[in-house]
Design a protein around this ligand. Structure first.
Ligand code: ADP
Ligand code: MG
Length: 352
């Protein structure tokens, strides 16, 4: 089932937590809401669920306006970061909970609920653990039980709010792959909230980047990474440098020296050149490139990180070079970008 979010706004006592948000979620897709803390991800998820109500706008489930429907009527499944399972209930009873509390006319028989719980535990790869209690499971296993519980009601959409956020990095990565595979098998329309760009990019068909209650960009991992729609998206999605430059008649100037870059159609005036550390390479010639003095050299597992001080400015560039290349502290170095993005200066100030 497709979900259409149309021009929604949500205020908490006049504070706009979300504004002008529109988004189409396609049936069967796994979409990630990605953004820093406070950007409105949870609010958007709770609005889809029916746990909060809109200030204005509409949410359609298929063709039906769900804006004023209850959680039960929307039939959504969800898992939160700290989705406490019921401690006093067995795993199987936890999984079957959503079915047991249904009105009598829609409630499956006890045997049917038991069978369904077993089936779901198999699906989340915890077969035979139905008799255990939550305290006897690891954190990762508990979140898989929470997921089985969310799936038990055969939800029309699955909403996951940082479901792996409380787990350690290794378990998180495992569960991420596992969830992707589960999604491929079951095909539930899924909205996944995270503040971790790697998690979003690896997991989702499409990523929705949010900031300050707005959507900045919607696209595939490639779209977001290779064509970030704003300076905010560029810097949120990976390591980045922003170099103050000037545009005149389509040419880009660093102080008063032209950089060897294709012509831009940005208007004349201050601009910023956004560069990723690994998209910079050493240039033999200072003309047309970015010259500076090496102010730090660090070694990482796969590369050498160099900090370049650009002649008398406050700007510093972080550059990632192959580990085989050695560079002297205080030596001169000129670099040029293989890839870059250029934004108007006023756009950048809005982003920060
Ligand atoms: P995220 O999940 O991206 O961290 P939230 O959706 O939780 O962000 O919050 C978005 C903004 O709305 C934040 O500024 C937050 O303080 C505010 N907010 C969220 N819920 C409430 C609430 N119940 N009452 C008042 N303000 C809220
Ligand atoms: Mg949140």
């Amino acid at each position: 089932m497709d979900i259409s979010i149309e021009n929604i706004r949500k205020e908490f006592e006049r504070f706009p937590a979300l504004h002008d948000v529109s988004l189409d979620i396609r049936s069967g897709e796994l979409i990630a809401l990605l953004g820093p803390s406070g950007s409105g991800k949870t609010t958007l998820l709770r609005l889809i669920a029916g746990l909060e109500f809109l200030t204005s706008g509409r949410i359609l489930f298929g063709n039906e306006d769900a804006s004023h429907k209850s959680v039960q009527e929307r039939n959504v499944g969800f898992v939160f970061q700290h989705y406490a399972l019921f401690k006093h209930m067995t795993v199987a009873d936890n999984v079957g909970f959503g079915l047991r509390v249904r009105p009598r006319s829609q409630r499956p028989s006890r045997a049917e609920i038991r069978r369904r719980a077993e089936e779901l535990l198999e699906l989340v790869q915890l077969p035979g653990l139905g008799k255990r209690f939550p305290a006897q499971l690891s954190g990762g296993q508990r979140q898989r039980v929470a997921l089985a519980r969310a799936l038990a009601i055969e939800p029309r959409v699955l909403l996951l709010d940082e479901p792996f956020g409380a787990l350690d990095a290794k378990v998180r990565r495992e569960l991420r792959r596992w969830l992707r595979e589960l999604h491929e098998r079951t095909g539930h329309t899924t909205v996944f909230v995270t503040h971790d760009q790697e998690e979003a990019m690896e997991l989702a068909d499409r990523v929705v980047v949010m900031s300050n209650g707005k959507i900045e960009q919607v696209g595939s991992a490639d779209d977001i990474y290779d064509a970030p729609a704003s300076p905010f998206v560029f810097s949120f999605i990976g390591a980045s440098n922003a170099l103050r430059v000037h545009v005149e008649a389509g040419r880009v100037y660093l102080d008063d020296r032209p950089l060897e870059l294709p012509r831009t159609n940005l208007p004349d005036g201050p601009a910023r050149l956004y560069l990723r550390p690994h998209d910079l390479e050493v240039s033999r010639d200072e003309a047309g490139s970015i010259p500076g003095v090496i102010s730090a050299v660090r070694r990482t597992s796969g590369a050498r990180l160099i900090e370049l001080e650009i002649g008398g400015r406050r700007d510093r560039l972080e550059i990632e070079l192959p580990a085989e290349q050695s560079h002297r502290l205080n030596g001169r170095l000129a670099v040029r970008p293989r890839k870059w993005q250029l934004y108007r200066d006023d756009e950048c100030r809005l982003a920060s």
